[in-house]
Write a protein that binds this ligand. Structure first.
Ligand code: XMP
Length: 561
């Protein structure tokens, strides 16, 4: 069996390099013919992003990440960092201003988190939001009063200083979203009240050195002029230029990857998901066939998944891909496993073995690339600092053994999912790939309640295929975070024709979400649900009942296991 798939070999053209030497269908043959294709060379690299940023210091608000997104939507690079991050870690970002997030604390709590002194010493503009505003008042010599009741919900903001740069091009009397207990009673020296609401006489404060505080949350959509206020702060107060664009990001990322990798070799696991796909495409643009992707078929993928991934990457993009069909191995290690955590561990462990074996066949490799995204980076920073309860062991391709001694490349480490999709589109990746809904690493195994067998996988694949196609036909696919079928271990009695049946129950799950941290069940039209149910019981042998999951997250999770 050939070790590398970059050159067509007539003797084995109906096969691809697999650890198990398993025959695959024709699309791979065509792909193989095309595999000598070279990538489009990137333009001569230059660093495109003039170094400017806004730094959001996080005091624990549930909306902190949203602030970061809003700033980036205004084309200014922004990072969310813990409130106690030392200046040395921030300096290289060349911040043009700070935003202090909201948070659950009261400035009078015993261990209330305070703003670090450098934010005042650096003489840069500051925008404090909710708790952030109270901190400004508290630390700069004003007085914050403990609120007897929380003000929560909509309020109308009346501006008393329409000349303030914060309100440029914004009319008065806008709806804002309040969520606070404490409020400012006395302003710090040099500050003025710039706006008020019925319950908050001091709803916005500001001084002449570019320090502002907002009692409400401009980052949430319920605050109608919220994004304009943020935009005014970063452009009119901080003087940002706004160079954070997809095009600049791509040029810059290509430049950095080239510089880092030089003549080295990079490997990467391709899952078919949008994150690894975009990361691989970007790296491929930068270094061409110095990148080898390893695509492990764990036998737990959806119908047509393998074909789709191959067609996209090898056929259309001419990438260097090793394919390992490890279906048998994964099914073997899942035999008799029922516990969800055990399933995840078994799959994660086996994945590492297969990946390592494939990597060894490539020879000397210097870097491991991953499609890590910014929410994962933030989440691991938060869970490293707080004792967070573990709900599920997420199996991602990152957990590789330390003895591989590879340096990491994570070109999407600072991007949100929607930014990744925009990068994918700008790289001319197929829309189908860019808009693909997330799919978990352990695949269909965590959507089969009970033991994973070949037969059950086929039943689930058939039901899932119907769900997916009907959702796409109804043009709802992009609006939903995820849509899928679950094969439960419940059997129930039914009647088909004149006969009694005793078959499986399939659950359909469709959720809306921004980031998978919370999710709501989608209110799919009844007729669509009826059609899906009808097709599943009629077309999928051994299924005689379909239910729709109407649970949000929390308390449920998106996946059933
Ligand atoms: P839960 O079920 O925890 O899922 O609400 C949140 C999101 O994560 C996906 N998910 C995973 N992704 N490896 C992954 O790469 C995993 O082990 C895993 N488990 C859940 C899930 O599909 C949803 O988008």
């Amino acid at each position: 069996m050939s070790d590398n798939e970059t050159k067509p070999n007539p003797d084995t053209s109906h096969r691809i390099a697999t650890s198990g030497d398993i025959e695959v269908s024709t699309y791979l043959e065509i792909a193989k013919e095309m595999s000598g294709q070279q990538p489009v060379p990137a333009k001569e690299p230059t660093p495109a992003l003039e170094n400017e940023s806004i730094v959001v210091l996080d005091f624990g608000s549930q909306y902190s990440m949203l602030i970061t997104r809003r700033v980036r939507e205004c084309n200014v690079y922004c990072e969310l960092l813990p409130y106690d991050t030392p200046w040395e870690k921030i300096e290289s970002l060349n911040p043009k201003g700070f935003i202090l997030s909201g948070g659950p604390a009261s400035v009078y709590d015993k261990d209330a988190p305070l703003a670090p002194s450098y934010i005042f010493e650096k003489k840069l503009p500051i925008l404090g939001i909710c708790y952030g505003m109270q901190l400004l008042a508290h630390q700069l010599g004003g007085r914050v009063a403990r609120g007897k009741t929380r003000e929560y919900g909509h309020a109308i903001l009346h501006t008393s200083d329409p000349e303030s740069p914060l309100f440029a091009n914004i009319t008065s009397d806008n709806t804002v979203w309040m969520s606070h207990g404490d409020k400012i009673e006395t302003m710090p020296p040099g500050f003025h009240s710039l706006a008020y609401t019925e319950n908050s006489p001091i709803a916005v404060i500001g001084n002449d050195t570019g320090i502002f505080g907002l009692q409400f949350h401009p980052e949430v959509v319920h605050t109608t002029a919220g994004k304009d206020i943020i935009k005014n702060f970063i452009y009119k107060v901080c003087g940002c230029k706004g160079n954070w664009t997809v095009g600049n990001f791509i040029t810059d990322a290509i430049y950095r990857i080239k510089k880092e990798v030089g003549g080295g070799k990079v490997i990467m696991a391709l899952s078919g998901g949008v994150d690894s796909a975009v990361a691989a495409t970007l790296i491929h643009r930068a270094i061409g066939n110095q990148l080898t992707c390893i695509f492990v078929n764990n036998g737990l993928l959806r119908r047509e998944e393998v074909e789709r991934t191959f067609n996209t990457f090898r056929l259309n993009m001419g990438m260097n891909i090793r394919y390992a069909d490890a279906t048998e191995r994964f099914l073997e290690c899942l035999k008799g496993v029922i516990d969800p955590e055990q399933k995840r561990k078994a799959i994660g462990g086996e994945f590492i073995h297969v990946f390592e074996e494939e990597a060894q066949k490539i020879g000397k490799v210097d870097y491991l690339a991953q499609g890590t995204l910014y929410p994962d980076v933030i989440e691991s920073a938060v869970s490293a600092s707080k004792a967070a309860a573990k709900i599920k062991t997420h199996h991602n391709v990152g957990g590789l053994p330390a003895n591989m001694m590879l340096k990491l490349i994570e070109p999407l480490r600072f991007l949100f999912k929607d930014e990744v999709r925009n990068v994918g589109l700008a790289l001319n990746m197929p829309e189908e790939m860019v808009w693909r809904q997330p799919f978990p690493g352990p695949g269909l195994a965590i959507r089969i309640i009970g033991e994973v067998t070949r037969e059950r996988l086929e039943i689930l694949r058939s039901a899932d295929y119907i769900v997916m196609n009907e959702i796409k036909k109804a043009k709802l696919y992009r609006n939903l975070w995820q849509t899928f079928a679950v094969l439960t271990d419940v059997h129930s009695v039914g009647v088909m024709g004149d006969f009694r049946t005793y078959g499986y129950m399939v659950a359909v799950r469709a959720v809306t979400s921004e980031d998978a941290m919370t999710a709501d069940w989608a209110r799919l039209p009844y007729d669509l649900l009826a059609h899906i149910s009808n097709r599943i019981v009629n077309e999928v042998t051994s299924v005689n009942r379909v239910v729709y999951d109407i649970t949000s997250k929390p308390p449920a999770t998106i996946e059933w296991e």
